[in-house]
Design a protein around this ligand. Structure first.
Ligand code: C2E
Ligand code: MG
Ligand code: MG
Length: 762
C-alpha cells in the first residue's frame, strides 16, 4: 500500500476520533445520539479495514508476480542450464538449456510436473526436508540424472534460496554446470595449446608439449587452466585456479610484470591476438623453491564459440637464467685482469651520469695508458704483457681501495671513476700513486725497464654531455700529451678542437698514404772541405688535391701521435730505396741518403729486419743509407733504442743524431749511442755568426764527436759566412739553402750531375 494513502487514512481516523470526543463531551446528556454516532463510526472503521486488507493483498500479489516474472526472465536468459522451483514442489520453470539437457524440448513449460521433475533432476527418488537442506547446502556437488531419451548427464548444481511468498513457500534458483561440457572445453583448450605451440614453429616446444606447463585463460574470466605438468609443479589437484591464486606463487620482484600482463590481458585480450608475447618471471613451486619461467603466449579465437582465449607454454628456463649470470660475468669482466671491462664501465658510467646530472655531485674520470706497452709485448711476449696488465690492474685496485671504480677499457688502457671531493689535485695524486706502483713492478723479467704510465682526466658531468663524451675527453687529454712518458693532463675545451682537427688529419693521412699523395724531396749535403756533394736527405711532402705541397711540419707531429707515422716511414723507406736503385742504374755516384725516423718507428721490433730486407731487395749497400733520429727519441727509451741502433749499425747502416742542440743537449748520448753522424741544429748555425760563445760550443761539440769517430754536419746553412765559421770550427759537412733546398728527384739528379762536373769549392 502506498505510504501517502496510509497517512491519509490515519489522518481521517485521527480527525474523526477527536471530532467524536468533542461531540460526545458537548452532548453528554443526549446518550441516544451518542450511541448512534459511535456505531456509525465503528461500522465505517470495519469497512475501511476490510478494504485496506483487500487492497494490500492485491498489491503483494502483484509484487510477487512481477518478481516471479523477473526471475523467469532471468532463468530463461541464462546460458547455463537453470530452473526456478519451490520447496512445496508446486511449480518448476526450466530454461531452454536445461530442457534440452533433460531432453524435454518438446514438453511445454506448463506441462512440467514439479513433483516429478525436481527429484529426478537431483538424482533423487523424492525430496524430503532433509534432501532439500542438503541440496541448498551443497555447492558444486556432482549429481547425475538420465535424460528423457536415456542420455546420462553428470551435473554440478548450485541452488540458492530466493524468496518466501505470503503462503510461506520458498523459491529456489538452481543453476547447473554440465560436466561433459567442461570436459569438452578442456579437451579443446588442450588441443588449442598444442596447436599454438606447434604453430610457433618451436620444434622442441611442440615435441615436448606434455613436458611443459601450460596456462590458459579465457576472456572475461579470471580463471586459469593448468596443464598436468603445471599442476604438478605448483602443487594443485584442480585444473582451474584463479589469477589471484597464481599470483601467490609469483616472486615479489616479478609481481609488477605479472600484474601488468594480467591487467592488459584482461582489458585488451584482443591486443594479444595471433602474436607471440613473452613474460619472464619466477614462480614458487610446491617444493617452496623459486624457479625462472618463460611464458610464451598469444590469444586466439576459438573457432566454434568465437570465444577469445589466451594460452601458451610455460618453460622452465632456470638453467638458461643461470647461464645468463655466467654470460653477464663474461660480458662484463675482463678476461685477462678479471676486473671490469669497457662494457661495464660504459654501463656504470652512464648510470652514474644520469644519477648525478641534476645534483651538485661530481666525479673524476681518469684514463691511463702504459707507456709503450707494445714493446713489452714485442720483446717479452704476450704472456708477460698479460702478467704486467694483471699486476697493473691490481695496483689500480689497491689505489682505489678508498672507493671508486676501475675497468680495463682496451689493450693497456684503464679507466677509473672517482668521486670528486672538491680537491682538484685528487686525480693527479691518484695517478702519481698508480705511477709509483707501476714503477715498482720493474722487477724480475721487467727489471731495468722503465715502467711508466700516462694519464688524462676529465670531470663528470662538467666535461661532457654524457658519460661517453666525458670518457672520450679524458682520452683526448691523455693523447694530447702522448709523446711524453708519464704525462698527466687534464681535459680543457681547447684540447677538444685540437684533437678533432688532428683526428680528422690522421684519417686523411691514412688515405694519403694509400692514394699515393706522399712524395719525397731530396736536399743535398755538402762536404765543407771541397764543396762536393756527399749525400742527400729525403724529406717527405704531402701533395694536396689542388697540387700544393704540404710541408712535414704540418702533418708529421700529428702522424707521430698515432701509428700512421710507421706507414709514412714505410713509404719513405721504400721510395728512397727504389730511387737509390734507379740512380745506381743510371750510373750516378753512390751517395749516402738519409731518412728521418720517429720514436714510434723505433718501437717496431722488426725495424732492422725490415730495413735490411728493403736494402737487399734493391741491392743497395747498407752503408749508403743513413737513419736520422732526434735526441728526444734516444732519450725516450734508452735500452730499446740502444738495442735497435746496435742491430742497425751491425748491419752497416749509418745513424745520425738529428737536431743536436735542441731539447736536452747532452753529449753523453753520443758516448752511449752508436751514432756515426751528429747534425747540428740550425739554431747553432744561426747564432754562431755573432756569438763567440756559440762558436766555442760548436767547436767543442765537433771536437768531442771527432774523438768518438763521429762526423758532424750543420743544418740550415744559408750564408757564406756561416759556412766559413763552420769550417773554422772543424765541422765536416753542411746542408742548407746556400747549397740547395729540398728538391724533386729529377732536380736533385741534375744537381748531382752539375755538382760533380763543376767541382765547386766554397
Ligand atoms: P729535419 O730532419 O731537421 O729537416 C731539415 C729541415 O730543415 C727541412 O724541413 C728542410 O727543408 C729545412 N731546411 C733545410 N735547409 C734549410 C735552410 O737553409 N734554412 C731553413 N730555415 N730550413 C732549412 P722540412 O723538409 O720542412 O722538414 C721538417 C722536419 O720534418 C724535418 O726536420 C724532419 O724532422 C721532419 N721530416 C721531414 N721528412 C720526414 C720524414 O720522412 N719522416 C719523419 N719522421 N720526419 C720527417
Ligand atoms: Mg732530418
Ligand atoms: Mg734536423
Amino acid at each position: 500500500m502506498k505510504k501517502s494513502l496510509k497517512y491519509l487514512l490515519l489522518l481521517i481516523f485521527s480527525f474523526g476520533t477527536v471530532y467524536l470526543m468533542i461531540f460526545a463531551f458537548w452532548h453528554r446528556t443526549n446518550s441516544e445520539l451518542l450511541f448512534l454516532i459511535l456505531s456509525a463510526y465503528a461500522l465505517a472503521a470495519v469497512i475501511l479495514s476490510f478494504l485496506f486488507v483487500l487492497y494490500s493483498r492485491r498489491i503483494n500479489q502483484r509484487k510477487t508476480e512481477s518478481a516471479n516474472r523477473r526471475l523467469v526472465r532471468l532463468v530463461n536468459n541464462l546460458s547455463a542450464p537453470a530452473m526456478l522451483w519451490d520447496d512445496e514442489l508446486q511449480s518448476v520453470i526450466m530454461n531452454e538449456k536445461l530442457r534440452t539437457l533433460a531432453e524435454l524440448e518438446n514438453d511445454p513449460q506448463e506441462k512440467l510436473d514439479a513433483k516429478q521433475m525436481i527429484p529426478w533432476l537431483f538424482g533423487k527418488k523424492q525430496l524430503g526436508e532433509e534432501e532439500l537442506k542438503e541440496i541448498i547446502r551443497a555447492k558444486n556437488q556432482d549429481y547425475s540424472f538420465v535424460g528423457k531419451r536415456g542420455t546420462q548427464r553428470d551435473m554440478i548444481w548450485n541452488t540458492s534460496s530466493l524468496l518466501t511468498d505470503e503462503n510461506g513457500v520458498s523459491k529456489f534458483l538452481t543453476i547447473g554446470l554440465d560436466l561433459a561440457e567442461i570436459r569438452t572445453m578442456q579437451t579443446k583448450i588442450n588441443t588449442y595449446s598444442k596447436r599454438l605451440a606447434a604453430a610457433e614453429g618451436k620444434h622442441a616446444l611442440s615435441m615436448e608439449l606434455t613436458e611443459i606447463g601450460i596456462l590458459i585463460g579465457e576472456q572475461g574470466s579470471d580463471q586459469i587452466f593448468l596443464s598436468a605438468e603445471m599442476r604438478k609443479m605448483l602443487g594443485y589437484n584442480k585444473e582451474i585456479i584463479t589469477v589471484d591464486e597464481l599470483r601467490k606463487h609469483v616472486f615479489e620482484a616479478d609481481l609488477f610484470v605479472y600484474d601488468q600482463h594480467m591487467k592488459s590481458m584482461k582489458d585488451h585480450m584482443e591486443d594479444y591476438l595471433d602474436e607471440i608475447h613473452m613474460m619472464e618471471l619466477r614462480l614458487c613451486g610446491k617444493d617452496n623453491k623459486y624457479r625462472w619461467y618463460l611464458y610464451r603466449f598469444k590469444a586466439t579465437r576459438m573457432k566454434d564459440s568465437n570465444q577469445l582465449v589466451v594460452g601458451g607454454a610455460l618453460l622452465d628456463n632456470t638453467r638458461e637464467k643461470e647461464k645468463d649470470v655466467e654470460i653477464e660475468r663474461i660480458a662484463y669482466q675482463d678476461s685477462v685482469t678479471k676486473i671490469h671491462n669497457r662494457n661495464k664501465m660504459m654501463m656504470m658510467g652512464t648510470d652514474l651520469y644520469q644519477c648525478i646530472e641534476n645534483t651538485n655531485l661530481s666525479y673524476w674520470v681518469i684514463v691511463t695508458d702504459i707507456d709503450r706497452f707494445h714493446i713489452i709485448n714485442d720483446t717479452c711476449g704476450y704472456d708477460s704483457g698479460n702478467e704486467l696488465l694483471k699486476s697493473f690492474s691490481e695496483a689500480i685496485s689497491t689505489t682505489l681501495n678508498l672507493g671508486g671504480f676501475a675497468a680495463r677499457i682496451s689493450g693497456d688502457n684503464f679507466a677509473l671513476i672517482l668521486r670528486a671531493t672538491g680537491d682538484d689535485t685528487l686525480p693527479k695524486r691518484i695517478i702519481q700513486k698508480i705511477q709509483t706502483s707501476l714503477a715498482a713492478l720493474a722487477v724480475g723479467k721487467f727489471a731495468n725497464r722503465s715502467l711508466t704510465c700516462s694519464a688524462g682526466y676529465a670531470m663528470m658531468p662538467r666535461d661532457g654531455k654524457n658519460f661517453e663524451e666525458v670518457l672520450e675527453h679524458a682520452e683526448f687529454a691523455l693523447s694530447a700529451e702522448s709523446q711524453t712518458m708519464g704525462s698527466i693532463s687534464a681535459y680543457t675545451k681547447e684540447m677538444h678542437d685540437t684533437i678533432l682537427f688532428e683526428t680528422g688529419m690522421e684519417r686523411k693521412l691514412v688515405d694519403a698514404v694509400k692514394n699515393h699523395q706522399l712524395l719525397l724531396h731530396y736536399q743535398p749535403k755538402i762536404n765543407l772541405a771541397d764543396g762536393k756533394i756527399m749525400g742527400l736527405e729525403a724529406l717527405v711532402r704531402w701533395q694536396q688535391p689542388d697540387g700544393t705541397l704540404l710541408n712535414p711540419a704540418n702533418f708529421i707531429p700529428i702522424a707521430e701521435k698515432s701509428l700512421v707515422i710507421t706507414q709514412i716511414t714505410d713509404f719513405v723507406l721504400r721510395e728512397t730505396c727504389s730511387q737509390m736503385a734507379e740512380w745506381q742504374e743510371k750510373g750516378l755516384p753512390q751517395l749516402v741518403v738519409s731518412i728521418n725516423m720517429s720514436s714510434t718507428d723505433f718501437y717496431q721490433e722488426n725495424l732492422p729486419r725490415k730495413v735490411m730486407a728493403l736494402l737487399e731487395a734493391n741491392q743497395i749497400p747498407p752503408q749508403n743509407l743513413e737513419i736520422e733520429l732526434t735526441e728526444s727519441l734516444a732519450l725516450n727509451d734508452i735500452d730499446l733504442t740502444i738495442a735497435q741502433m746496435k742491430l742497425l749499425r751491425e748491419a752497416g747502416i749509418q745513424l745520425a743524431m738529428d737536431d743536436f742542440g735542441t731539447g736536452y743537449s747532452s753529449l753523453s748520448y753520443i758516448q752511449k749511442l752508436p751514432f756515426t753522424m751528429l747534425k747540428l741544429d740550425q739554431n747553432f748555425v744561426k747564432h754562431m755568426e755573432n756569438d763567440p760563445v756559440v762558436q766555442e760550443i760548436v767547436s767543442s761539440v765537433v771536437r768531442i764527436a771527432k774523438a768518438k769517430n763521429i762526423s758532424t754536419i750543420a743544418e740550415g746553412v744559408e750564408t757564406e759566412d756561416q759556412a766559413k765559421q763552420l769550417r773554422l770550427c772543424g765541422c765536416d759537412y753542411a746542408q742548407g739553402f746556400l747549397y740547395g733546398g729540398p728538391m724533386t728527384a729529377d732536380d736533385i739528379e741534375r744537381f748531382i750531375r752539375k755538382n760533380q762536373e763543376s767541382h765547386p769549392v766554397y
